[in-house]
Design a protein around this ligand. Structure first.
Ligand code: C5P
Length: 224
Protein backbone atom coordinates (compact mmCIF):
# COMPACT_ATOMS: atom_id res chain seq x y z
CA UNK A 1 0.00 0.00 0.00
CA UNK A 2 1.31 3.46 -0.82
CA UNK A 3 0.88 5.86 2.07
CA UNK A 4 0.14 9.21 0.45
CA UNK A 5 -0.50 11.25 3.56
CA UNK A 6 1.00 9.70 6.66
CA UNK A 7 -0.06 10.76 10.12
CA UNK A 8 2.37 11.30 12.97
CA UNK A 9 0.33 11.06 16.17
CA UNK A 10 1.72 12.73 19.28
CA UNK A 11 -0.23 12.15 22.49
CA UNK A 12 0.55 12.87 26.09
CA UNK A 13 -0.47 14.71 29.26
CA UNK A 14 -0.75 18.48 29.71
CA UNK A 15 2.55 20.29 29.60
CA UNK A 16 4.52 17.42 28.08
CA UNK A 17 5.50 19.72 25.22
CA UNK A 18 3.30 18.04 22.60
CA UNK A 19 2.15 21.29 21.03
CA UNK A 20 5.64 22.73 20.62
CA UNK A 21 7.11 19.47 19.34
CA UNK A 22 4.21 18.82 16.98
CA UNK A 23 4.61 22.26 15.43
CA UNK A 24 8.38 21.87 15.01
CA UNK A 25 8.02 18.43 13.46
CA UNK A 26 5.24 19.62 11.12
CA UNK A 27 7.37 22.59 10.03
CA UNK A 28 10.43 20.39 9.44
CA UNK A 29 8.43 17.93 7.33
CA UNK A 30 6.20 20.51 5.62
CA UNK A 31 3.16 18.68 7.04
CA UNK A 32 -0.20 19.99 8.18
CA UNK A 33 -0.82 20.34 11.90
CA UNK A 34 -3.82 19.37 14.01
CA UNK A 35 -3.94 20.76 17.54
CA UNK A 36 -6.90 18.65 18.63
CA UNK A 37 -6.92 20.18 22.12
CA UNK A 38 -7.81 23.52 20.52
CA UNK A 39 -11.04 21.99 19.21
CA UNK A 40 -12.06 20.91 22.73
CA UNK A 41 -11.04 24.31 24.06
CA UNK A 42 -13.07 26.07 21.35
CA UNK A 43 -16.05 23.87 22.12
CA UNK A 44 -15.89 24.92 25.78
CA UNK A 45 -15.67 28.61 24.80
CA UNK A 46 -18.50 28.35 22.27
CA UNK A 47 -20.73 26.54 24.77
CA UNK A 48 -20.09 29.16 27.44
CA UNK A 49 -20.77 31.95 24.92
CA UNK A 50 -24.13 30.33 24.22
CA UNK A 51 -24.90 30.05 27.92
CA UNK A 52 -24.76 26.25 27.80
CA UNK A 53 -23.69 24.36 30.91
CA UNK A 54 -20.61 22.26 30.27
CA UNK A 55 -22.24 19.21 31.83
CA UNK A 56 -25.11 19.35 29.32
CA UNK A 57 -23.57 16.73 27.00
CA UNK A 58 -26.19 16.90 24.22
CA UNK A 59 -26.14 20.69 23.93
CA UNK A 60 -22.34 20.84 24.10
CA UNK A 61 -22.09 18.14 21.40
CA UNK A 62 -24.41 20.14 19.17
CA UNK A 63 -22.18 23.18 19.75
CA UNK A 64 -19.13 21.07 18.82
CA UNK A 65 -20.77 19.93 15.58
CA UNK A 66 -21.57 23.51 14.60
CA UNK A 67 -18.20 25.07 15.52
CA UNK A 68 -17.30 27.85 13.11
CA UNK A 69 -13.51 28.04 13.48
CA UNK A 70 -10.60 29.28 11.43
CA UNK A 71 -6.92 28.75 12.18
CA UNK A 72 -4.69 31.39 10.54
CA UNK A 73 -0.96 30.71 10.45
CA UNK A 74 1.41 33.51 9.64
CA UNK A 75 4.87 33.48 8.08
CA UNK A 76 6.45 34.50 11.40
CA UNK A 77 5.12 31.32 13.00
CA UNK A 78 2.34 33.04 14.94
CA UNK A 79 -1.21 31.78 14.75
CA UNK A 80 -4.61 33.35 15.27
CA UNK A 81 -7.73 31.40 16.07
CA UNK A 82 -11.16 32.70 15.10
CA UNK A 83 -14.45 31.48 16.53
CA UNK A 84 -17.58 32.69 14.72
CA UNK A 85 -15.54 35.58 13.34
CA UNK A 86 -14.14 36.62 16.74
CA UNK A 87 -10.44 36.44 17.58
CA UNK A 88 -10.20 34.06 20.54
CA UNK A 89 -6.44 33.34 20.35
CA UNK A 90 -5.74 34.56 23.90
CA UNK A 91 -8.83 33.00 25.43
CA UNK A 92 -8.09 29.57 23.91
CA UNK A 93 -4.81 29.22 25.84
CA UNK A 94 -6.14 30.24 29.27
CA UNK A 95 -5.93 27.64 32.06
CA UNK A 96 -9.65 28.08 32.75
CA UNK A 97 -10.36 27.20 29.11
CA UNK A 98 -8.17 24.08 29.49
CA UNK A 99 -10.22 23.02 32.49
CA UNK A 100 -13.46 23.62 30.55
CA UNK A 101 -12.04 21.63 27.63
CA UNK A 102 -11.31 18.64 29.83
CA UNK A 103 -14.88 18.76 31.18
CA UNK A 104 -16.49 18.79 27.72
CA UNK A 105 -13.96 16.23 26.45
CA UNK A 106 -15.28 13.66 28.93
CA UNK A 107 -18.67 13.51 27.10
CA UNK A 108 -18.67 10.68 24.52
CA UNK A 109 -21.13 12.65 22.35
CA UNK A 110 -18.73 15.59 22.17
CA UNK A 111 -15.83 13.34 21.17
CA UNK A 112 -17.99 11.76 18.50
CA UNK A 113 -19.05 15.20 17.22
CA UNK A 114 -15.41 16.23 16.75
CA UNK A 115 -14.18 12.98 15.21
CA UNK A 116 -14.74 13.65 11.50
CA UNK A 117 -13.59 17.25 11.82
CA UNK A 118 -10.28 15.98 13.18
CA UNK A 119 -9.93 13.27 10.52
CA UNK A 120 -10.49 15.86 7.79
CA UNK A 121 -7.11 17.38 8.70
CA UNK A 122 -5.37 14.38 7.11
CA UNK A 123 -4.22 15.70 3.75
CA UNK A 124 -1.16 15.38 1.54
CA UNK A 125 1.72 15.56 2.11
CA UNK A 126 1.02 14.45 5.71
CA UNK A 127 -0.23 15.44 9.14
CA UNK A 128 1.21 15.84 12.59
CA UNK A 129 -1.67 15.51 15.09
CA UNK A 130 -1.31 16.20 18.78
CA UNK A 131 -3.71 15.43 21.62
CA UNK A 132 -4.72 12.67 23.99
CA UNK A 133 -6.26 10.04 21.70
CA UNK A 134 -4.69 10.63 18.30
CA UNK A 135 -3.01 7.22 18.27
CA UNK A 136 -5.69 5.31 20.20
CA UNK A 137 -8.88 6.55 18.49
CA UNK A 138 -8.71 9.26 15.87
CA UNK A 139 -5.84 8.01 13.71
CA UNK A 140 -5.48 4.37 14.72
CA UNK A 141 -3.44 3.58 11.60
CA UNK A 142 -1.01 6.47 12.07
CA UNK A 143 2.42 5.77 10.55
CA UNK A 144 4.09 6.75 13.82
CA UNK A 145 2.57 7.04 17.29
CA UNK A 146 4.42 8.82 20.02
CA UNK A 147 3.45 9.16 23.67
CA UNK A 148 5.30 12.17 24.99
CA UNK A 149 5.66 12.44 28.75
CA UNK A 150 7.63 14.40 31.33
CA UNK A 151 7.63 14.39 35.12
CA UNK A 152 4.65 16.16 36.70
CA UNK A 153 7.00 18.70 38.30
CA UNK A 154 8.66 19.57 35.02
CA UNK A 155 5.35 19.85 33.21
CA UNK A 156 4.02 22.30 35.80
CA UNK A 157 7.21 24.37 35.57
CA UNK A 158 7.06 24.51 31.77
CA UNK A 159 3.43 25.57 31.81
CA UNK A 160 4.25 28.20 34.43
CA UNK A 161 7.01 29.64 32.25
CA UNK A 162 4.80 29.58 29.16
CA UNK A 163 2.04 31.52 30.91
CA UNK A 164 4.45 33.96 32.59
CA UNK A 165 6.05 34.66 29.22
CA UNK A 166 2.61 35.58 27.96
CA UNK A 167 2.32 38.07 30.82
CA UNK A 168 -0.31 36.05 32.68
CA UNK A 169 -0.35 36.08 36.46
CA UNK A 170 -0.23 32.50 37.74
CA UNK A 171 0.99 30.63 40.80
CA UNK A 172 3.09 27.49 40.40
CA UNK A 173 1.26 25.68 43.24
CA UNK A 174 -2.16 26.42 41.76
CA UNK A 175 -0.93 25.40 38.33
CA UNK A 176 0.41 22.07 39.62
CA UNK A 177 -2.97 21.38 41.21
CA UNK A 178 -4.83 22.26 38.00
CA UNK A 179 -2.55 20.03 35.93
CA UNK A 180 -3.02 17.14 38.39
CA UNK A 181 -6.81 17.55 38.26
CA UNK A 182 -6.84 17.71 34.49
CA UNK A 183 -4.54 14.67 34.12
CA UNK A 184 -6.73 12.70 36.49
CA UNK A 185 -9.92 13.64 34.60
CA UNK A 186 -8.29 12.85 31.25
CA UNK A 187 -6.86 9.51 32.41
CA UNK A 188 -9.88 8.26 34.31
CA UNK A 189 -12.67 9.11 31.88
CA UNK A 190 -14.49 6.12 30.40
CA UNK A 191 -14.15 7.16 26.78
CA UNK A 192 -10.79 7.66 25.03
CA UNK A 193 -8.80 8.06 28.26
CA UNK A 194 -5.28 9.39 28.11
CA UNK A 195 -3.01 6.37 27.65
CA UNK A 196 -0.36 5.29 25.15
CA UNK A 197 -1.51 3.26 22.15
CA UNK A 198 -0.20 -0.32 22.38
CA UNK A 199 2.03 0.42 19.38
CA UNK A 200 3.19 3.88 20.57
CA UNK A 201 6.81 4.77 21.20
CA UNK A 202 7.24 6.40 24.60
CA UNK A 203 9.37 9.50 24.75
CA UNK A 204 10.17 11.02 28.15
CA UNK A 205 11.18 14.62 27.57
CA UNK A 206 12.20 15.36 31.20
CA UNK A 207 15.54 17.12 31.10
CA UNK A 208 15.63 17.19 27.29
CA UNK A 209 15.65 20.34 25.18
CA UNK A 210 12.95 21.04 22.61
CA UNK A 211 15.60 20.58 19.91
CA UNK A 212 16.65 17.16 21.24
CA UNK A 213 13.05 15.91 21.41
CA UNK A 214 12.28 17.23 17.91
CA UNK A 215 15.43 15.55 16.61
CA UNK A 216 14.43 12.19 18.12
CA UNK A 217 10.97 12.38 16.56
CA UNK A 218 12.46 13.28 13.17
CA UNK A 219 14.87 10.34 13.42
CA UNK A 220 11.92 8.02 14.07
CA UNK A 221 10.09 9.51 11.07
CA UNK A 222 13.17 8.91 8.91
CA UNK A 223 13.10 5.23 9.93
CA UNK A 224 9.56 4.75 8.56
O1 C5P B 1 -3.89 19.72 24.76
P1 C5P B 1 -4.74 20.74 25.45
O2 C5P B 1 -4.24 21.16 26.77
O3 C5P B 1 -5.06 21.90 24.57
O4 C5P B 1 -6.14 19.99 25.67
C1 C5P B 1 -7.15 20.53 26.47
C2 C5P B 1 -8.06 19.41 26.97
O5 C5P B 1 -8.78 18.86 25.87
C3 C5P B 1 -7.32 18.23 27.59
O6 C5P B 1 -7.11 18.39 28.97
C4 C5P B 1 -8.26 17.06 27.31
O7 C5P B 1 -9.24 16.93 28.29
C5 C5P B 1 -8.95 17.46 26.02
N1 C5P B 1 -8.42 16.75 24.87
C6 C5P B 1 -8.89 15.48 24.63
N2 C5P B 1 -8.49 14.82 23.52
C7 C5P B 1 -7.63 15.36 22.66
C8 C5P B 1 -7.09 16.65 22.92
C9 C5P B 1 -7.51 17.32 24.05
O8 C5P B 1 -9.67 14.96 25.39
N3 C5P B 1 -7.28 14.69 21.57
Amino acid sequence: MTITSPVIAIDGPSGSGKGTIARRVADALGYHLLDSGALYRLTAIAAENRGIRLDDAAAVAETARGLDVRFDSHEDGSERIWLSGKDVTGEVRKESTGAGASTVAAHPAVREALLERQRAFQRVPGLVADGRDMGTHVFTSAALKIFLTASAEERAKRRYKQLKDKGLDVSLAALSRDIDDRDRRDSERSVAPLKPASDARILDSSGLSIEAVTETVLEWVAEL
